[in-house]
Write a protein that binds this ligand. Structure first.
Ligand code: RP5
Length: 174
């Protein structure tokens, strides 16, 4: 088994559907990752333990997703020098009549601002609300500075995106 280069963490199991797309992108690029639930408010000591050991674990990037007041990415960044990419999550309820998963009161804006507005000194790179796939892609870009094969794969990925637009456009003109 390859050693994980990226740590994916999320504040709750209710974030996992969204965070799954970060994992999918990393899988596409062949980047090993380790996924865990670490809650800033429910497991604060687990949070600090995770961040303190992240370097020893070999993580080069951490992707942290959380909803609501979303302290997780910022708190992780305050404990480690490993780059942290934050994913603001708009929690949604996919279980009928369940009160466990609630809609975010502000449609994800609360999480977006909590994560992106880190005070100077502890930055968290922030992607758009629920845009976990972009977090995965950005992690690959960071890793590509060290692993040239990832740079080639990123170029191919861009080419594929380009070609799919041309194909769609050609089909539209038919
Ligand atoms: C955040 O609050 C989590 O990331 C999740 O999006 C939301 C709900 O969390 P729990 O109520 O499951 O702790 O911390």
């Amino acid at each position: 088994m390859k050693k994980a280069l990226v740590g994916i963490i999320m504040g709750s199991s209710s974030d996992s559907k969204i965070m799954h797309s970060a994992a999918t992108i990393l899988d596409e690029f062949g980047v090993a990752h380790e996924d865990q639930i670490v809650s800033a408010h429910r497991t604060p000591t687990r949070l600090s333990d995770y961040a303190k050991h992240a370097e020893k674990e070999g993580f080069k990037v951490i992707i942290a997703g959380a909803g609501g007041s979303a302290h997780l990415p910022g708190m992780i960044a305050s404990h480690t020098v490993i780059p942290v990419i934050g994913v603001p999550i708009m929690v949604y309820n996919d279980k009928a009549n369940s009160d466990k998963f609630k809609f975010s009161a502000f449609g994800g804006l609360d999480a977006l601002l909590s994560i992106s507005e880190m005070p100077t000194g502890s930055p968290v790179v922030t992607v758009g609300v629920n845009k976990a796939a972009n977090a995965g892609l950005y992690a690959v870009k960071i890793l590509a500075n060290e692993f040239p094969e990832l740079r080639s794969k990123l170029k191919k990925h861009k080419e594929t995106q380009y070609n799919s637009v041309i194909k769609e456009s050609d089909e539209m003109r038919k």
